[in-house]
Ligand binder design. Structure first.
Ligand code: SF4
Ligand code: SF4
Length: 131
C-alpha cells in the first residue's frame, strides 16, 4: 500500500467518497471482517499524480486513524500476505493480486522509517510560536 485504517474509524464514509481509485470499501464489505472501513492495498496508489497527499487521510475526521503502510512492492510481499491485516483480492483468472503480481505507485519521498502500520499520515496542526 499505501495507507491503512485502524480501529478508531468511525465509519463516516468521507474517505470512501474521496478516493480517486475506489480503493476503499465500507465496514459492511471489509474483507477482513473487521467493523471498520478498509483500504485495498492492491488498489491504493497513495494518490500519486492526483493529489499532493493521501486524500483519505487528509479528510478523515478521526486523527491518526489512517496511517502509512509499506510500499506495495515485491520487497514487502510477505508483509501483505498477513491475513490478519489484509485480504488481498484476486484477478478474474484467480491470481492473487499480491505485490509480485503488480506493484503499485507509492510516495518515494516518504522515508521508510516513517512508514509502517501506525505511522501517522496526518499531523497535528503546528503550534504557533508566541513572541
Ligand atoms: S491514499 Fe489515495 S488512493 Fe490510497 S486509499 Fe487513500 S485516497 Fe485512495
Ligand atoms: S474518513 Fe476516517 S473515520 Fe471516516 S470512514 Fe474513512 S477511515 Fe473511517
Amino acid at each position: 500500500m499505501s495507507v491503512i485504517i485502524d480501529d478508531t474509524c468511525i465509519t463516516c464514509d468521507a474517505c470512501l467518497q474521496n478516493c480517486p481509485v475506489n480503493a476503499i470499501v465500507d465496514d459492511m464489505n471489509n474483507p477482513t471482517g473487521e467493523s471498520r472501513y478498509y483500504i485495498r492495498p492492491e488498489k491504493c496508489i497513495e494518490c500519486v499524480g492526483v493529489y499532493d497527499d493521501p486524500q483519505c487521510a487528509a479528510i478523515c475526521p478521526s486523527i491518526g486513524c489512517i496511517t502509512w503502510d509499506m510500499p506495495y512492492t515485491k520487497e514487502y510481499e510477505e508483509h501483505y500476505m498477513n491475513n490478519d491485516l489484509y485480504a488481498i483480492g484476486t484477478s478474474k483468472t484467480g491470481k492473487v493480486l499480491s505485490p509480485s503480481h503488480r506493484e503499485k505507485k507509492y510516495r518515494e519521498d516518504i522515508p521508510l522509517e516513517q512508514r509502517g502500520v501506525g505511522k501517522e499520515v496526518q499531523e497535528e496542526p503546528e503550534e504557533l510560536e508566541v513572541g
